[in-house]
Design a protein around this ligand. Structure first.
Ligand SMILES: [Zn+2]
Length: 291
């Protein structure tokens, strides 16, 4: 029987009729190939020597028994890279995912989320081939523009903010004379997180209740919720200070952390508080308890 040649990729694909096809296990694949020639052969695999470096070949001999007769089948395995894996670790990219936020923590969280998602997308040809760190974010050079857009949207839906995707002409294919586009995916995530307290339009104090396409805020003074569009939001984060309650009746009072005077609290905290209890507050033309 003729030697069997198998060219495979470390992502469990092999070349079949000039196409990369998936396989489950190399033993199964070898058995299938041998049985095409020698149906019902009993095969004894001892140890299959696999090539470990790219373009390396390893020759294996497999004993195939048919009706008591032994055949020695040569199986040559060659390690290669499939069309998808060949894109990894190169300069190739189809999309730049630009993530921005003024919050370092939000950026860290978002990149962790993206890395995890991309790890599971290798089989779809999705790799991050370059990361560029910037002052207010990072650029990820990705090998699949469709998935890059989906990931950008996913971030936007989780955190809210601003999402934009704009294709730009990269080149023209000589083979198909079609235009080839790359995509810039831009996501600006909020600079705040859930439970942060923000001052909006320099006059209203809100606690961030929920992030997402629509951002839900609690108006602390009115004790009511509003839903806002991030792109129209002008805000800054108010710093929380730790202080103590100084009076409970008739009004709740705390020690103002700036002038150390007992001050009436401007909002109604959810939980009942005791005298002398430690609480977190923000200060803006009055004191708000934000626990
Ligand atoms: Zn591969």
């Amino acid at each position: 029987m003729k030697a069997i040649n198998i060219t495979f990729c470390s992502c469990n694909k092999y070349i079949y009729r000039n196409m990369w096809k998936p396989y489950k296990s190399i033993k199964e694949l070898i058995a299938k190939k041998i049985r095409k020639e020698l149906p019902r052969a009993k095969l004894s695999f001892k140890y299959i020597e696999m090539p470990l470096v790219l373009k390396e070949k390893k020759e294996n001999e497999i004993i195939a028994k048919v009706k008591g007769k032994e055949h020695v089948v040569k199986v040559i395995l060659k390690l290669s890279k499939c069309n998808i894996c060949a894109k990894e670790g190169t300069e190739y990219y189809e999309a730049i995912l630009q993530v921005r936020s003024s919050s370092f923590k939000v950026l860290e969280e978002s990149i962790e989320l993206l890395k995890k998602r991309v790890e599971n997308l290798r089989h779809k040809g999705m790799f991050i081939n370059k990361v560029k760190q910037l002052d207010e974010g990072y650029n990820l050079y990705m090998t699949n523009k469709r998935i890059a857009q989906a990931l950008g949207r996913e971030l936007y839906e989780a955190y809210g903010g601003i999402y934009k995707a704009s294709p730009h002409l990269f080149s023209r294919s000589r083979q198909t004379s079609k235009n080839i586009y790359r995509v810039n995916v831009f996501v600006r995530l909020p600079g705040f997180e859930k439970a942060d307290v923000i001052l909006v339009n320099d006059n209203k104090v809100y606690k961030v209740e929920k992030l997402g396409k629509k951002i839900k805020l609690l108006d602390l003074e009115k004790n009511s919720f509003v839903s806002v569009d991030y792109s129209k939001l002008s805000y800054h984060i108010l710093k929380k200070h730790s202080t103590y309650t100084s009076r409970i009746y008739p009004d709740l009072e705390v020690i103002n952390p700036f002038d150390y005077q007992s001050s009436i609290v401007k909002n109604k905290p959810k939980q009942g508080l005791e005298l002398g209890q430690e609480v977190n507050v923000v200060v803006h033309k009055g004191v708000y308890v934000v626990d």
